[in-house]
Design a protein around this ligand. Structure first.
Ligand code: MN
Length: 298
């Protein structure tokens, strides 16, 4: 439906369907994590996907991720419910409300905190969102940090002609809409909602590694029609220009479709640092310990 695709060809096939593991992160918040796991270390150029929650907090209970560093990649935070407050070592501050996106290029390094907004902590409520880690190519790992902060209303949304598919275009393009966010390497980050009977045929560059992550509902994916449901990740083979999927069952299918050009470079990761060599990891730890990534002023 998005596609003025030049060619009629078979849609991409599905190589695997992976179920998210449940774990705790930061100050102890619940995440569903399809990768990295022992089963799937990364999906080049993507290093991690965390579904934060969904979790219902009572008054005063909400937790986040206090001060920690990052170097060598980007973090993309997309909030669905709740409210977050972000602060970093260069004095940058921001708030995330439902539907907002923060695309942070950590580059050479930031120290930041990602906490629930104090007003949200007081009242409690439902928290739900995503964080994706996008690797940077060797030549960009030490660039200056950059933030792109997009309130929900500035993110383009498109609808299919039959009204059964809505897409929020966070990165890349879909159904004739182009994203506002600029990415270092070509990336698609699309959030689709499909009503009963909804079908998507999304054109994607042939070289992209692409996956879908089901937020809620049930869908049928790829050329062989693999069924997947909430907290599952569908990995597509790099065998075509088209990703196809359709809604199944009675409820709306809410799904992220994410793709990017693989970097094909060595990945050496140590917690929040992702570099190309062990030596660069030692350097990152040393820079962090010696305050060369800065501090957050209380
Ligand atoms: Mn972080």
């Amino acid at each position: 439906m998005s596609s003025k695709g030049p060619i009629q060809e078979a849609p991409r096939s599905v190589t695997r369907v992976v179920s998210a593991t449940v774990t705790r992160e930061g100050g102890g918040f619940l995440v569903h994590r399809p990768f990295p796991t022992a089963e799937l270390r990364e999906f080049d150029p993507f290093l991690l996907l965390d579904e934060m929650g969904p979790v219902e907090y009572r008054e005063g209970e909400a937790v986040g991720a206090p001060d920690h560093p990052h170097r060598g990649f980007e973090t993309v935070t997309y909030l669905l419910e709740g409210a977050m407050q972000h602060r970093d070592s260069s004095g940058h501050q921001g708030k995330l409300q439902p539907g907002d996106v923060q695309w942070m290029t950590a580059g050479a390094g930031v120290i930041h905190s990602e906490m629930p907004d104090p007003a949200f902590t007081r009242t409690g409520g439902k928290a739900h969102g995503f964080q994706l880690w996008v690797n940077l190519p060797r030549k960009d790992k030490m660039i200056r940090p950059r933030y792109q902060e997009l309130p929900s209303e500035k993110i383009p949304v498109a609808e299919s002609p039959d009204g059964k598919v809505t897409v929020k275009v966070i990165a890349g393009e879909s159904l004739g809409q182009k994203a506002v966010i600029e990415t270092r390497t070509p990336i698609f980050f699309l959030h689709f909602w499909l009503l009963p009977g909804g079908k998507v045929s999304q054109t994607i560059p042939k070289e992209f590694n692409t996956f879908a992550y089901i937020i809620s509902g049930e869908g049928v994916f790829g050329s062989e029609g693999r069924t997947a449901t909430d907290h599952q990740m569908v990995l597509f083979a790099p065998d075509g220009h088209t990703i196809q999927f359709s809604q199944k069952g009675a409820s709306i299918l809410s799904v992220l479709l994410i793709g990017g050009v693989p970097l094909n470079e060595p990945v050496v990761r140590y917690g929040p640092f992702v570099m190309n060599t062990e030596q660069e990891i030692h350097q990152a730890i040393d820079d962090y310990r010696n305050g060369r990534m800065g501090f957050i002023n209380p």
